[in-house]
Design a protein around this ligand. Structure first.
Ligand SMILES: [Zn+2]
Length: 72
């Protein structure tokens, strides 16, 4: 996962978390993210105080159906 900053950039803090493959800086939803933005492990998806991107969540759960089953 990689963070998307608020409108003011890094000083605004994390606005949203996106899912990325490996260390890429383009999210599964297609959004380009700041390569210097914070990253977290995928297991933290849904557990952050900040929101997670719904589109990325849909892609991510489709690619990892065993995780989707756990959430049902
Ligand atoms: Zn996203």
């Amino acid at each position: 996962m990689r963070a998307e900053y608020g409108a003011g950039g890094p000083s605004d803090g994390v606005r949203l978390w996106h899912m990325v493959r490996g260390a890429e800086d383009v999210a599964m939803c297609g959004r380009e993210l700041d390569a210097g933005a914070p990253v977290r492990d995928a297991v933290d998806w849904g557990k952050t105080p900040e929101l997670c991107c719904h589109t990325c969540g849909a892609y991510y759960l489709r690619e990892t159906p065993y995780l989707a089953a756990e959430h049902q």
